[in-house]
Write a protein that binds this ligand. Structure first.
Ligand SMILES: *[C@@H]1O[C@H](CO)[C@@H](O)[C@H](O)[C@H]1NC(C)=O
Ligand SMILES: *[C@@H]1O[C@H](CO)[C@@H](O)[C@H](O)[C@H]1NC(C)=O
Length: 429
């Protein structure tokens, strides 16, 4: 599993006390500056889990097993989400440690996402119960004891990839010796390194459109550009390794439709490079009803809207990231551009919402307003988007620092290539 860092947290720790049931108060977040978000209010009260009552009944009377997993969660993706899903399955409550900005800077250079953004992403995952923020990088016996004694952790979880300390020893040796270590399988097909690679190669292909020699200035520019983009992606070697299986989608799903008399809210979008702004808009949308249905645009729609270098994550990858979010009840994997009367009837949609900040300003150009039908029915609402963070702005941070990231990525990509070349079958989820 690629957590970027697979290390530990011990200083400047923030604890998120649980209130009751699945509700937790992320009080420590309030102590952090929120200026970076430019308008995103970090959720102070996370949404109660939908299946809270069932969950509690099942475990009634038994001691709840608490498991701990940590990481940097920079450019968080569905691979991180899947690791945390597996970790959660090994216990009843999942506590996640997020490594501090300072520690990431000191060990591998600047993270793309700052602590608040990484915390918002991790806290938004439906498998996460508590978060410990601001962590150093290295495992110590002292921190392990704090986890066991202060945080009542039963098991420390890590992926099946070896994690070595600078002196070459196994980072989890102590936990293993104590019999408090459990392992999960690394999620194949995605890593932050791979995503940085996709962003860097997309910026290259955008800056040198003339490279695509067979494009001609005809009216079919769009489709030619698309082809050109695909060729470039293939040449750059940044094709996703991800093989979407039906089982993975089921694992991420809530598996429940709206209950009787539910108010269904619909929001659609690309949800490319899932970020803290997405978590916030989904949270707000979910508050307007009882069931949040999210439409994810197909890859071709995103390319037409934003340019051939987009999307950075394919339809299945984007769908998994959205499904992993605790505010989402269901997704449409490849939703139509226009919200039709038929869709509204099929899903009993009560409200269609759209954010004020949207990257696809080409949407209205020449074409039909995709929200014409819900508008005419009086069930369309615009909700205030958190500002200053979009897929493009996240990608821009990487492109702006591209020298640093190219260098770091070359090194990491080589070790990842080696991992893929040498890896063997491992059973597990
Ligand atoms: C459809 O949604 C409305 C809420 O807008 C709800 O009152 C109604 O019960 C729903 N219909 C069904 C069949 O669930
Ligand atoms: C989107 O908006 C920006 C700035 O407002 C403009 O430069 C750009 O041409 C627009 N793109 C499309 C496709 O409308």
């Amino acid at each position: 599993m690629d957590f970027e860092s697979n290390n530990w947290v011990w200083e400047g720790m923030y604890y998120y006390p649980r209130l009751f049931g699945g509700i937790m108060l992320t009080a420590a977040l309030l102590g952090l500056s929120t200026s970076y978000f430019g308008g995103i209010s970090v959720p102070t009260l996370l949404y109660p889990f939908a299946d809270r009552s069932i969950f509690h009944k099942k475990k009634h009377g038994k001691k709840r097993v608490r498991v701990y997993m940590d990481g940097c969660f920079d450019l968080m993706h569905y691979g991180h989400a899947n690791a945390l899903r597996q970790a959660k399955a090994l216990g009843d409550e999942l506590v996640v440690g997020v490594v501090s900005d300072e520690e990431i800077i000191a060990t591998k250079g600047p993270p793309v996402l700052c602590m608040e953004e990484r915390l918002a992403l991790v806290s938004g995952l439906k498998w996460v119960d508590e978060v410990i923020s601001s962590a150093p990088y290295e495992i110590t016996e002292e921190f392990m004891n704090r986890l066991f004694n202060e945080y009542n952790i039963d098991y420390i979880i890590h992926g099946d990839d070896p994690c070595l300390l600078p002196d070459g020893t196994d980072a989890y040796a102590l936990a293993k010796k104590a019999g408090r270590y459990k392992q999960i399988k690394r999620t194949e097909g995605v890593s932050s390194t791979d995503i940085v690679g996709r962003i860097l190669s997309s910026s290259k292909s955008r800056n040198t459109p003339q490279d695509c020699s067979n494009s001609s200035p005809t009216g079919e520019a769009d489709s030619i550009n698309n082809k050109c983009g695909e060729e470039k992606q293939a040449k750059g070697g940044h094709i996703s390794h991800f093989l979407p299986t039906s089982r993975r989608i089921v694992q991420f799903s809530n598996g429940k439709g709206p209950g009787p008399n539910s108010r269904v809210v619909y929001i659609d979008g690309a949800f490319d490079l899932f970020h803290a702004g997405h978590v916030e808009i989904l949270r707000r949308a979910r508050q307007l009803g009882d069931f949040l249905l999210v439409g994810i645009y197909p890859d071709q729609t995103v390319s037409e809207l934003r340019g051939h270098q987009y999307p950075l994550m394919n339809l299945y990858e984007r769908s998994l990231s959205v499904l992993a979010c605790r505010y989402v009840d269901e997704v449409i994997i490849g939703s139509p551009w226009e919200v039709t009367q038929d869709m509204i009837t099929t899903f009993n949609i009560s409200l269609v919402v759209h954010g004020t900040v949207s990257e696809s300003n080409s949407s209205m150009e020449g074409g039909q307003d995709p929200y014409a039908v819900p508008k005419s029915m009086g069930i369309f609402q615009v909700i205030e988007s958190p500002k200053d963070i979009t897929t493009t702005s996240v990608a821009q941070r990487i492109i702006a620092n591209h020298e640093i990231y190219v260098k770091r990525n070359t090194k990491k990509a080589a070790s990842e290539k080696k991992y893929y070349a040498e890896r063997k079958y491992v059973s597990g989820d």
